[in-house]
Design a binder for this molecule. Structure first.
Ligand code: PLP
Length: 390
């Protein structure tokens, strides 16, 4: 009998994002495909990590994280949104937001359960569920503002539904869920007694007056919501692997125990650095971040429009989802490859964000880049104009 790998391998294939990154570096292009920021982390946060190493924070922390980071997270959410959580029992520090969702799904869902996922989706969410034999049931959000219908959400529920996943602000659309939309979700969650998993990693990246409403703050949501956040985006430290979740004590304990099994703990010195950032920075840091990213967002949206690519200007996060249907090609992958060959700018084909062929005219561009890199990308996009006039 030949050796066989597990069924789960089907969801561990190379993502379209990594694939575009490889294609991009092959031609020395500008990579607007990967969702990581090439910006430097704030100096005080880096200094705090160095100090933590010197001070001996080099061993395992508690599986739920360093007490000082849990206290910082609790303080931050209390001050910003009025969410109260006991740092000892209601917060778990994890290996990124990715680790938080994995451990939450592992500990709260069974194989065969269904989870509602809004589409277009972030691939890691769907692959995490798939790896755990949990079935994603998709509810479509429609451009330009990515609204969804209550009836569609309600009719997606079956007797196997165990949870709803919300990503706000969302990747790839930049959608920021409005209070009225969250009320629809909380109504359905209460009606069918469901968990709600919320990925709020982009909570600080908001544009044009949009506000972040944490779903856990809505009536009836405190007990059923696993609120997930992380430091990757707010401090540009994607490689540090620091995330967290805040939820009811009983869920937090189960999630913490799975975090222990999978990772033992998140990296200790980086936990200390993130704690220093959270406690040390005031609102002006986050306002500065928003302003900086708002400029980048405008720059990219304008360049895309000028090159004949129709952007859906994002309400939050740091991606522009855009219509690339005017480019030659039969699929989003072919169109993205055409763009890369022609201009040297890499994006992610829209098919990566849909379970069917609905993304074939779409692509995602990341604008978390230093201004000179983004400017270079925007200039290169102009080559498309020339192409049209030839
Ligand atoms: N959640 C969303 C929606 C993301 O877009 C990303 C990264 O692109 C992550 C989570 C990853 O977060 P972390 O680095 O904390 O695992």
């Amino acid at each position: 009998m030949p050796l066989e790998m597990s069924r789960r391998n089907s969801c561990a294939m190379q993502s379209e994002i990594r694939n575009m990154t490889i294609q991009c570096s092959r031609i020395g292009g500008i990579n607007l495909s990967q969702g990581l920021s090439d910006l430097m982390p704030p100096k005080p946060v880096i200094e705090a990590v160095k100090k933590a190493m010197d001070d001996g924070f080099n061993i395992y922390s508690s599986y739920s994280g360093l007490p000082l980071l849990r206290a910082a997270i609790a303080g931050m959410y209390s001050k910003r949104y009025g969410i109260e959580a006991d740092p000892d029992t209601g917060i778990v520090v994890t290996a990124g937001a990715t680790g938080a969702f994995f451990c939450a799904a592992y500990s709260l869902l069974n194989p065969g359960d269904e989870v509602i996922v809004f589409e277009p989706f972030y691939g890691y969410h769907v692959n995490t569920l798939k790896a755990l034999d949990v079935v994603s049931v998709f509810v479509r959000m429609q451009p330009p503002d990515w609204r969804f219908s209550y009836d569609e959400l309600d009719s997606a529920i079956t007797d196997k539904t165990k949870g709803i996943l919300i990503n706000t602000p969302a990747n790839p659309t930049g959608k920021v869920f409005l209070r009225e939309e969250l009320e629809m979700v909380s109504g359905i969650a209460a009606k069918y007694d469901l968990f709600v998993f919320t990925d709020e990693i982009y909570e600080h990246f908001l544009y044009e007056g949009f506000n972040h409403v944490p779903p856990i703050t809505l009536p009836g949501m405190r007990e059923r919501t696993v609120m997930i956040g992380g430091a990757s985006k707010m401090f540009s430290v994607t490689g540090w692997r620091i995330g967290w979740c805040l939820c009811d004590e009983s869920w937090a304990r189960a999630i913490g125990l799975f975090n222990d099994v999978a990772y033992i703990c998140a990296p200790s010195p980086f936990q200390a650095g993130v704690a220093a950032g959270i406690t040390g920075f005031g609102e002006d840091y986050y306002t500065g971040l928003r302003n900086k990213f708002a400029k980048k967002r405008s720059m990219l949206c304008e360049a895309l429009s000028a090159s004949g690519i129709n952007p859906y200007p994002p309400q939050g996060a740091y991606y522009v989802f855009a219509d690339i249907g005017s480019l030659p090609g039969a699929t989003s992958r072919e169109r993205a490859m055409y763009l890369l060959e022609k201009t040297g700018v890499a994006c992610v084909p829209g098919s990566a964000f849909y379970h069917d062929d609905s993304g074939e005219n779409l692509a995602r561009f990341c604008f978390a880049k230093e201004d000179d890199v983004l400017e270079d990308a925007c200039n290169r996009l102009e080559l498309l104009k020339k192409d049209r006039h030839e």
